[in-house]
Design a protein around this ligand. Structure first.
Ligand SMILES: [Zn+2]
Length: 119
């Protein structure tokens, strides 16, 4: 096991905090869009309703994401353990796929999740 770098630890704690908030305050409902971050920066956002393939760049190189039937999954990644691929597809608000070696996080968001209640 390689020890976690501080940046990884920060990313993981952010994700955990986000997940806890989601579980505590929000009903688990179908997501609307996905957000992909690399090193904490948003590199891709998209709709789950549109079937598509995306190529993104993680710390280890290119990754391929597949959006199909309202779900997103990692289909290609050169990380050693391929945990992000084994995670399968996600579709529910607050769900996430984390690829620690690539420093990539894919998170599902729902309607007005972060901006609060509108109307
Ligand atoms: Zn991975």
């Amino acid at each position: 096991m390689v020890p976690l770098k501080p940046a990884d630890a920060i990313i993981i704690s952010l994700v955990i905090a986000f997940a806890v908030v989601s579980f505590t305050f929000l009903p688990k409902s179908a997501g609307e869009k996905f957000v992909v971050t690399h090193d904490g920066k948003i590199i891709l956002e998209g709709e789950l309703s549109k079937d598509s393939e995306y190529s993104i760049n993680g710390s280890l190189g290119q990754m391929k994401l597949l959006v199909k039937d309202g779900k997103i999954s990692v289909v290609k990644s050169n990380c050693p353990r391929k945990l992000c691929i084994k995670r399968g597809s996600i579709s529910k608000q607050g769900d996430s796929i984390i690829c620690v070696p690539n420093r990539v996080i894919i998170t599902i968001q729902g309607k007005g999740e972060i901006d609060g209640v509108t109307g």
